[in-house]
Design a protein around this ligand. Structure first.
Ligand code: TLP
Length: 343
């Protein structure tokens, strides 16, 4: 029996059909822009999101960091949310590689209040740093896959445009956000200056992300990608998985959302505290404080039944559904947790 792995949607393995597409992909040297499969993926991504151009990058982190490098000058500030992936999990790369300083706004829901953004931008004085970029995240990983409210996002984008500050979207899971909100993905990202989305999460590809923006932005980002060590050669073999993912695995994300919702509801009945409530996409957090269960111990027990979960500490677990977890796996997980609690 294969494991049921609920730690992250990054754990998906390429299907036989995806592997077939990879094995038969035409390839060329991408540093010469001669890989037909990469070119196709970049065009497809740009078209789907409504941008002029795209750039295939090895990871979401590189996509975000190349975007920051491309938008900013050393010595500037980047405004972003205090629990965002770029701030928490990207090893201060914006400071190390781009020479910019994060200016974080801590929130309870991942949503940047426009007033606070305004207050975070310094008056135009030679002795105060300029704001080079604002970065948002949708869906928000550390907020349990919450979707950025559409109207608030539009308000922020309009404000940023009025003061001429570019806005980047960490859209690692933007297709999940689109499905959950019912807003077509190109409308959801309209008004951003750049968007990074991941192929290697819920879309099920083994590796890769795409950065999209204007032609001018992508030309600059191409330099950034090379500098960051992301210039690839016959990488059409992996880009093919991305093309396959975009053509086959977007619509089914709704199943992951349904599975997450069902699992979260069952855990709630068992006494776990769930965030967000209700679950919005394929991620949620379950807290064990009220039922007095040690999350790490629970993880150890479940592992013996072939169920892998990701406790963050003794009381908090992040659950993530994806295309390698089906309805039956959710039933098996619910039963296993229930029997642990009642034993
Ligand atoms: N997220 C991973 C971990 O790094 C936490 C996960 O398991 O969820 N933006 C967002 C919103 C992400 O969640 C991630 C990865 C990234 C960027 C970075 O992508 P990669 O791992 O491809 O560098």
């Amino acid at each position: 029996m294969s494991e049921i792995d609920l730690r992250s949607d990054t754990v998906t393995k390429p299907s036989d059909e995806m592997r077939e597409a990879m094995a038969t992909a035409p390839v060329g040297d991408d540093v010469y822009a001669e890989d037909p499969t990469i070119n196709r993926l970049q065009e497809l991504a740009a078209e789907l999101l409504g941008f002029e151009a795209g750039l295939f990058v090895p990871s979401g982190t590189m996509g975000n960091q190349v975007a920051i490098w491309s938008h900013t000058e050393a010595g500037e500030e980047v405004i972003l949310e205090g629990d965002s992936h770029i701030y928490i999990y990207e090893l201060a790369t914006m400071s190390a590689f781009s020479g910019v300083m994060p200016r974080t706004i801590k929130t309870d829901d991942g949503v940047l209040p426009v007033e606070e953004v305004k207050n975070s931008i310094h008056p135009d004085k030679y002795y105060l740093p300029d704001t080079g970029l604002i970065a948002l995240e949708n869906s928000h990983n550390n907020q349990g896959g919450r979707v950025y409210p559409f109207e608030e996002m539009r308000e922020l984008l309009d404000y940023a445009r009025s003061v001429n500050i570019p806005v980047h979207l960490d859209g690692a899971r933007v297709f999940n956000a689109s499905d959950a909100s019912g807003v077509p993905v190109d409308e959801l990202v309209d008004g951003f200056d750049s968007v990074m989305f991941c192929l290697s999460k819920g879309l099920g590809a083994p590796v890769g992300s795409v950065l999209v923006g204007s032609e001018e932005f992508i030309e600059n980002a191409l330099v950034g990608r090379k500098r960051f060590g992301g210039g690839m050669r016959q990488a059409g073999i992996i880009a093919a998985a991305g093309v396959y993912a975009l053509e086959n695995n977007v619509e089914r994300l709704a199943e992951d959302h349904e599975n997450a919702r069902r699992l979260a509801e069952a855990l709630k009945k068992m006494g776990f505290m769930i965030t967000p409530e209700p679950t919005e996409t394929n991620i949620f957090f379950a807290n064990t404080t009220e039922i007095g269960v040690d999350a790490e111990e629970l993880a150890g027990e479940l592992k013996e039944d072939g169920i892998v979960i990701g406790p963050r500490d003794k009381e908090n677990i992040r659950f993530v559904t994806h295309l390698d977890v089906n309805e039956e796996d959710i039933d098996v997980t619910i039963d296993a947790i229930e029997s642990y609690l009642t034993s």
